[in-house]
Every structure is written in structure tokens, then in C-alpha cells.
Design a protein around this ligand. Structure first.
Ligand SMILES: [Zn+2]
Length: 75
């Protein structure tokens, strides 16, 4: 039996870093079943630690370098 990772829902402007409250670009699904959100800064900072406890890390930090046209927030 293979485990298929279903695509997690993309992070939105409503998702906030657990540490500083900035917009979250990294979602960490913990082995324990919990979930943590981090901004690009904290996602990078805690990455070595997170990899030890994470079942999955959804990293959307590359979106920071993409032109904003893909993420229109009006309506
Ligand atoms: Zn942060």
C-alpha cells in the first residue's frame, strides 16, 4: 500500500506565522498530527529542527519571488 500525499490547500494571506504574525509561507505538518505555520524567515530558521518532527513540510517561500499577478487578493 502506498501513501499518496494529497495536495494541501495553498497558504493564504490569512495564514500567519506562529512566531511573529507575518504572512505564513511554510506549513509544517507534525508527526504528532499538529500543524505549524511559519513565515519565510522563521521557516528557514527552524527548518533543521522542523525536519526532525515534521511529517510533511509545505514550502511556498518561492512564491515570494514570483510576480504578484498570481495572487490577486481583490475578491
Ligand atoms: Zn515569522
Amino acid at each position: 500500500m502506498t501513501t499518496v500525499l494529497t495536495p494541501a490547500s495553498p497558504l493564504t494571506a490569512a495564514d500567519r506565522c506562529d512566531r511573529c504574525g507575518a504572512q505564513a509561507y511554510v506549513r509544517v505538518v507534525l508527526l504528532s498530527g499538529g500543524e505549524l505555520l511559519f513565515c519565510a524567515h522563521h521557516g528557514r530558521k527552524f527548518e533543521p529542527e522542523l525536519k526532525k518532527i515534521a511529517a510533511e513540510i509545505q514550502d511556498e517561500t518561492e512564491r515570494l519571488t514570483v510576480p504578484a499577478s498570481a495572487s490577486e487578493e481583490e475578491r
